[in-house]
Design a binder for this molecule. Sequence first.
Ligand SMILES: O=c1ccn([C@@H]2O[C@H](COP(=O)(O)OP(=O)(O)O[C@H]3O[C@H](CO)[C@@H](O)[C@H](O)[C@H]3O)[C@@H](O)[C@H]2O)c(=O)[nH]1
Ligand SMILES: [Mn+2]
Length: 971
Amino acid sequence: MAANSPTSSPVTITVTSSGGSRSLGLTSPMPRRNSVSNNPNSPLSGGENRRASSSGGGRRYLSFSKDSTDEFVAYTVQIPPTPDNRVLTDSQNSPPLESSKSRGKLGKPNPNEGFIKDTIYTGGFNSATKAHMRKSSEEEPVMAKSKMICGMEGCDEKAIGGKFKNYCDCGFGICEDCYMDCVGNNGGGYCPGCKEPYKDVNDGYSEEEPPPSEEKDQANPLPSWGRGVKLEKNFSLVQSFKNPNHDFDHTRWLFETKGTYGYGNALWPRDGYEFGRGTERYENPPDFSDRRNKPLTRKIGISAAIISPYRLLMVLRLGVLACFLTWRIMHPNHEAMWLWLMSVICEIWFAISWILDQLPKICPVKRVTDLSVLKERFESSEPNLRNPKKFSDLPGIDVFVSTADADKEPPLVTANTILSILAVDYPVEKVACYLSDDGGSLVTFEALAEAASFARTWVPFCKKHKIEPRNPEAYFSQKRDPLKNKVRLDFVRDRRRVKREYDEFKVRINALPDSIRRRSDAYNAQTEIRAKKKQMELGVNTSETVKVPKATWMADGSHWHGTWLSAEEGHSRGDHEGIIQPRTTFRSRSRRENLIDTTDVDIRLPMLVYVSREKRPGFDHNKKAGAMNALVRASAIMSNGAFILNLDCDHYIYNSLAVREGMCFMLDRGGDKICYVQFPQRFEGIDPNDRYANHNTVFFDVSMRALDGLQGPMYVGTGCIFRRIALYGFSPPRATEHHGWFGRQKTRKLLRKKSKEQNQDDDEMLLPINGDRYEDDDIARASLAKQFGNSTSLIDSIAVAEFGGRLLHELRGKGCLGRPSGSLAVQREPLDASALSEAVSVITCFYEDKTDWGKRVGWIYGSVTEDVVTGYRMHNRGWRSVYCVTKRDAFRGTAPINLTDRLIQVLRWATGSVEIFFSRNNALFASPRMKFLQRIAYFNVGIYPFTSIFLLVYCILPALSLFSGNSSSNH
Ligand SMILES: O=c1ccn([C@@H]2O[C@H](COP(=O)(O)OP(=O)(O)O[C@H]3O[C@H](CO)[C@@H](O)[C@H](O)[C@H]3O)[C@@H](O)[C@H]2O)c(=O)[nH]1
Ligand SMILES: [Mn+2]
């Protein structure tokens, strides 16, 4: 189904339709080659080609849709059925759980089986931009019409005739006949999906009036820079294909003239919406924020009772130290001069490093958040006219989980992490979870599918009974009484059922490597036989053995695109194509079939995406940093959450409110200058004595808190919520206001001079909104394309992400743009195939060629401790960060519990530090925006490993002196 031959096209859309698996695997085969860049084959390397290929995915896609319009309409995105996945893809047929033995055997394909009824809900805050591609109502149905099937049991009414609709916002699609059955003649009736009453019959979206989320969220005032976004370039395919010469487009006109309907226009009631229709407008702004002046967070100094003695002690020690050192220097040992000299040097070094260590600690802070204010401000408690569906106004967040090796990082742990994320307490339509699998392993992939399946039971269970932690493994192995604080009567029964389900899930996950191997063996044997037969038929010399690649097979009977067990060429760890497999907003089992009663529980699940970036030999993949950057790009196109939470696969969400806690800081007054919120790393499974100092108590409870008082803690690699715009390398708003060595004096001149001398990477890169640099749109886009690579959707998404991360209007200072409240209270945009092919094109290994990725955009490359460097660069640009210690640990992880692993880890960190010391990331070269003490803290990170040398010398000194004493006495 590839539009071009796979060897020459960077993006191929493969729709595997064999054997009942309607899976769309998006892969990006690229010509295998060894040169890193300047390859004429690479569609992205030549200057001229660049322009053309920026819309390449789209154009190719266009031809693809022209060739086979029906196919396009019948497009769906889905994880191919693993045995259990099959259960969840189809709630109406509800096949019984298949035993793992039948894995790999394909059941009789049921024509309806593979369709997820709610595939169309996903996307994100692109709405402000993307919505414009579906401008007129005639254009709209293309996606909505996409082959869907009535969700009623026993009914398989197709969508094509236009008889299929989502009458209810829960996404439960139903055909006209069944709908009429449900609502009866006089309205009322309940949605069979969510069991909530249908709104007024007239309110059902008729064909003339598409749902509000499609059309009404268009007038959000975008940053002025974003308004000229070349939409038609980006989405030409949709337009040309649907409506080649459309008439004057009102919405677009409004959009481009910065027109706005006022508050909450996204949800402006239908009647009052259409400009010029003469219907009345609603006057009052929505009441999102009664108590808007209540702060979301507070900063408390550590009480004087604790800090004063501490400071006193510090001064005392300093005095003693000084006395001691002077005494040492004044009394040289003339007999062994060099020994004396060495020990004094060592002592001075210790003194300095002690001071460096202590100085940043003199003003630690503590912070508290107020989650109830967050709720009040961003989530209207009652559905009101403007927001009838009670969508939350919180910004979106994309959660990135990194995994690299299915052997070292057990899939069960990863699956549990994913489950804890899917169950997080945050509006479902605002969360997207991305798993980056650097191993490209089918085990991980299927574990994810299994997790998605189990989530349909687990997540409603968590939400219903307020389970903590929402990691099933951790929850079920808790020692404490599960009944504590549980009020609902059916808790015991539910828990027992879910526990049984989890145990089965566990068995399936642990059996995955085995079952995949067995399945592949079976398929390979089959292929071999077939090949032999063919050979025989053709009458070729049969003594010649047929060579069949030992492939790894997916459950649907097709080759796995990633790494094969046999590590064939093109399918080994460092050499495979990019894979993206999204699972759009999917739902728990329909309420009737569910194990537990889920009345009154939100049974939707967040978007979940499997990503394995392309890997080819000869490319530097930059480890975790590279994986994260691929995710940053892919997620920008697919969900574009304004914030990004980064977790290692072994760190799960221990406190389901963690994301909200972090959001409090980001959305509070002044929060627009915060680049990230770092949470402490907490570990479990460590022996009580903490033999290898895994807890790092001093670091996480003293140093980091102290740094928090000095513009912000470092980024330590996991458990951190980023502002997307900050990751993109932009400068914070009003960056030049507060800087100077002590954070007060204004040193504009110094700044200017410095920035010229300094490396380009630290030049200020102004946000579109606070710079006039982007007045000329084309130049702006060109310069952005140079930095970000030439994906148009990616570039367009920047402004949208910026908008989503803005503070509410009333929280911003004068003269600054804030977003109107209610502007994010919209449904997700559907994810379409063109977006997916674009997403695949940005995870190719040559995408970063000649761009700023890894240099100033995204995670920074070139260090084994990319985390510290990445955080440092942001601070250097004037961003601040926040350390968020919650009462209940936000995240928990597993730490290396054997000595070798721990030593390797510590060694790696030390190496990273030394690297930092000898690079331009040394805090000595910091920009004047960093505070003095903050520099010292970063500087200290760079030099602490050197202490080991001095320590070593100091320890062997006595031995040396003994030796020299002996030799001198021998004299
Ligand atoms: O090529 C790679 C290598 C690693 N990872 C992931 O990176 C994370 C961290 O790697 P790990 O080997 O577990 O290092 P740790 O010492 O446990 O990690 C700490 O230290 C690292 C920096 O040295 C940070 O990147 C981590 O976030 C931080 O938790 C893991 O999730 C890996 O899956 C990848 O995605 N791709
Ligand atoms: Mn780790």
